[in-house]
Design a protein around this ligand. Structure first.
Ligand SMILES: *[C@@H]1O[C@H](CO)[C@@H](O)[C@H](O)[C@H]1NC(C)=O
Ligand SMILES: *[C@@H]1O[C@H](CO)[C@@H](O)[C@H](O)[C@H]1NC(C)=O
Ligand SMILES: [Cu+2]
Length: 238
């Protein structure tokens, strides 16, 4: 049982990096707690590739499980999506309304559900952020399981100055394969954009601007935020 330590470790590592984007804490990012921020703009999963042929011990409950994030931007928009396609190559289903996080630090949505039919299958939870310095990607490979899960104590928290609200974001809403359906019963319409180019690869100009923007984005996390996170960290380690 180390969700608190995992968060503490993620927080520390996050703070130790120069550029601040976002981290997928739970389900655990493919990249673990050390996200390669230079490659976080690479669709669909950032620096790593989601290989569904590999074993994973991460589970995600189809009727509701938590998604914990950590943002280094004062404001950021998030899309939470999922797919059963290897390497996250397409057919992403939107799992939660697009929302805006205001305030730096932890954000956790306690109950995100996926189509019931996914129980017993392996797949990918993807989180995409629309940040001032570009579109950023993280993924977790999970075993979808039946039922719902309550977050272990302390593993699902919102930062004290963090607020969230539903919003709209055309960049993000373009990154799901079938936005208006949640895979009700295999009614696969012939127009399903199963491998829409938007969700498979970043446009060259996009990654270019992410890289350019990255170099100028070093000092987002101020001392105040650092102090409050260190207090949280101290509490977590007690
Ligand atoms: C964090 O804030 C969001 C948005 O207000 C809310 O939906 C969510 O339940 C909060 N998370 C926790 C752990 O309280
Ligand atoms: C896309 O995903 C949905 C939900 O899992 C599934 O029902 C559908 O068959 C998939 N479509 C394609 C073209 O793979
Ligand atoms: Cu950033």
């Amino acid at each position: 049982m180390a969700p608190l330590r995992a968060i503490a470790a993620a927080t520390l590592l996050f703070l130790s990096t120069v550029n601040a984007h976002f981290v997928l804490i739970s389900p655990p990012s493919l990249e673990g707690t050390t996200v390669d921020e230079d490659k976080e703009g690479n669709a669909p999963c950032g620096a790593d590739t989601a290989d569904l042929s590999k074993k994973t011990t991460n589970s995600f409950h189809v009727d509701g499980d938590f998604i914990a994030l950590l943002s280094g931007h004062p404001q950021i928009n998030y899309l939470i999506r999922g797919t059963l396609e290897d390497k996250g190559s397409g057919n992403w289903t939107q799992l939660f309304p697009i929302f805006t996080q205001s305030g730096l630090g932890n954000f956790c949505e306690p109950s995100v559900s996926v189509p019931k039919e996914w129980a017993g299958k392996k797949g990918i939870i993807g989180v995409v952020a629309d940040a001032p310095d570009g579109t950023l990607y993280q993924c977790a490979v999970v075993n979808f399981v039946a039922g719902s899960n309550s977050p272990p104590a302390g593993s699902c928290t919102n930062g004290s100055t963090v607020t969230g609200s539903f919003s709209s974001d055309p960049t993000l809403s373009g990154l799901v394969g079938n936005p208006s359906t949640t895979a009700a019963s295999g009614s696969g319409s012939s127009a399903t954009p199963s491998s829409s180019s938007g969700s498979t690869a970043p446009k060259p100009s996009q990654s270019g601007s992410v890289a350019a923007a990255l170099s100028g984005n070093g000092v987002q996390l101020g001392g105040l935020v650092l102090a409050s996170l260190m207090v949280a960290l101290g509490t977590a380690l007690l």
